[in-house]
Ligand binder design. Sequence first.
Ligand code: LLP
Length: 439
Amino acid sequence: MQLHGTATINQNGHLEIGGVDTVELAEKYGTPLYIYDIALIRKRARAFKKTFEELGVKAQVAYASKAFSTVAMLQIADKEGLSLDVVSGGELYTAIKAEFPSEKIHFHGNNKSEAELIMALDNKIGCIVVDNFHELYMLHELCKKREQKINILIRVTPGIEAHTHDYILTGQEDSKFGFDLMNGQAESALTFAIESDYLNILGLHCHIGSQIFETTGFILAAKKILEKLAEWQTLHGYQPTVLNLGGGFGIRYTEEDAPLPPESYVAEIIDEVKKASERLDLPMPEIWIEPGRSLVGDAGTTLYSIGSTKDVPNIRKYVAVDGGMTDNLRPALYDAKYEAILANQATATPEEVVSIAGKCCESGDMLIWDLPLPRVEVNDILAVFCTGAYGYSMSNNYNRIPRPAVVFVEDGHDQLVVQRETYDDLLRFDLPFIEKTHI
Ligand code: LLP
């Protein structure tokens, strides 16, 4: 199995990440435990940025914080010179608490509330990615009342179907996101914003989907948008500064996945945008992208302790771990596949094929089907790879299971960045029932 980033196997036969023995991390912090390889996050961020720099294209690489949003992570994103994509008041609040430079924050979402827009305006963020007419009019009115100008991107759906899981498809016409590019809605939004004294249209945005392995979809989307922009240049004299092509660059979860290196996606997309801009006589726009998964996905590993096993003769052996769909919803939600090894016996040869069950009272709580492993014993440590994106961020307290802690590792150091939830944390919003007669 190919390990990711700084992961290696040390002389004790243990999985080591960031120069730290993961078995020792499990002992020190308990399990389940999310571990992040910070050097790998930095490497990915630098690869994206460098490609733009080398090709001499003005760009912003905005980390899609929905993939994994915590104060410490956003501080790293800032140190690496990334911008930030937030999609809710909560993600924006996290960014503010992390002291992320507000002018580099982009605010997404298909149903931003007035309170969220006010929060964005109060904090003078870099731009709002306007998704629909309700938001467009509300934002204009708010800015007018406050006599404040704001930069916007208009989110469009270019009618592209990316090859990925249905639930994470967003660029097709029948989508809850954005203004339709072809049926005139995007143009109506544009003309409204042109006439507004408060909305400064930086350009257009689209996001065609997630976990995409080819550049075709991005290129088709970019071409369609640029062609529309060329029409608008003639009709409305409008010229964009920015073309934001969203995120969605795929990663390798298992051997079956064959993603391109981040820089290849970027280089091919830039090339096409350059060509199309020249052909259509448009000024070359700045290109913004919003990678989430490809920045943090393979940098994350989850450690679990093995508990019970159930052998169903001639059918299957279930091996249960102390987490599951509460810390990683993706297998249950998307049938997502993962690879794993025993962190404490990382060199041992697999002897049996087992299926890894979570601890929730739900048959669908299975993390990995048919995983070859050495013979497992109680308290062995299972390391599941590539859990860095949409693991912690989609974690939940089903069955009142507390969320795990998060630890960053780098250059032989480990650092706790999110504490493990306690049972009291689970009860912090519960209020006792009071009989009506006593009120
Ligand atoms: N930009 C926009 C507007 C997005 O909607 C998304 C993801 C991204 C950027 C980042 O996409 P990424 O580079 O991470 O693929 N929970 C699902 C993924 C949902 C993605 C939603 N939007 C999963 O676990 O696979």
